[in-house]
Design a protein around this ligand. Structure first.
Ligand SMILES: [Zn+2]
Length: 281
């Protein structure tokens, strides 16, 4: 029987503060990126990760005073870092560097107060000086354009609130999109899938991310997310690259998967390789 190996699953968008973290221990998920929580608690997630899981953190949501997700019941007040002005943007980046954050999370939402373009530009510039990518939650009309104009690196959700205009889409291939398709209602999901199809046609890169903790998401591999990536046209090596990465971490007695259903089946049969094999990174 064919035995094939793949890197482990990397979930680029999770909220460990909202899930039973221990369920991830020794699962096919080998790396997670916590995209927004109380910064002290997040440092604890990284210091005491579930067994076999590499935890990356960004710390809090950066936003304008009163900006999203202020007041949402799932978001503790300490998970929001309000930025007062351009000088404070620099202070916020220093705080993130001190915590060894792997990026700066910023929220833009057209129903909430947003940081001015000037402050956003300073925030992005300061983050880039320290080698930190800026990851943006862009929700509502004009927010993807704003993220693009200020030089953000990642959209943490493939845009789902509206079709991205063609010119904006072409320019936005400089950003990576994290999928998070399975959290949406069917109509919103279809908008996001259509955007991804057009984004990929222009050369855009999409990464698997589930927004784990947002609603009743599975803690582990999210088959619905992989299936939705398949519906967005990802298959073969592009699909494998979007969902997995790093050194060989998983092995399954099945041929190399070529589409979403095969990848889901493959991950269902996968076992972890011993850490000694994984160490030749
Ligand atoms: Zn999220």
């Amino acid at each position: 029987m064919t035995e094939t190996v793949l890197g482990g699953v990397i979930d680029h968008h999770v909220h460990l503060g909202l899930v039973e973290r221990d369920l991830l221990a020794d699962s096919p998920v080998v790396e997670v990126h916590d995209l927004g929580w109380d910064p002290v608690a997040a440092q604890g997630f990284r210091a005491n990760p579930p067994s076999g899981v590499d935890v990356h953190i960004v710390g809090p949501f950066h936003t304008a005073p009163g900006g999203y997700p202020t007041g949402r019941k799932w978001a503790p007040p300490s998970s929001v870092r309000e930025i007062a002005d351009a000088a404070d943007a620099g202070v916020a980046v220093r705080e993130a560097v001190t915590r060894m954050a792997s990026g700066i999370k910023v929220t833009l939402h057209d129903d909430f107060a947003n940081l001015s373009e000037e402050v956003l530009e300073v925030l992005v510039e300061e983050a880039h000086v320290d080698g930190l990518p800026v990851l943006v939650h862009a929700e509502g009309r004009g927010m993807v354009e704003l993220a693009l104009r200020v030089g953000a690196d990642v959209l943490v959700h493939a845009p789902w609130t509206e079709p991205v205009p063609e010119g904006v889409l072409a320019a936005s291939t400089q950003m990576t999109w994290i999928s998070t398709l399975a959290i949406h209602a069917p109509s919103d999901q279809q908008v996001a899938i259509d955007n991804i199809v057009r984004f990929r046609a222009l050369g855009g890169t999409v990464r698997y991310g589930t927004d784990m903790g947002n609603g009743p998401t599975p803690v582990g591999v999210n088959a619905e997310e992989i299936r939705a990536l398949g519906r967005a046209g990802l298959h073969g090596e592009e699909l494998i690259d979007a969902v997995t990465g790093g050194p060989p971490a998983l092995s399954a007695p099945l041929p190399r998967p070529t589409n979403a259903d095969e990848l889901i089946r493959w991950l269902g049969a996968a076992r972890r390789l011993p850490a000694t094999i994984q160490e030749d990174e």
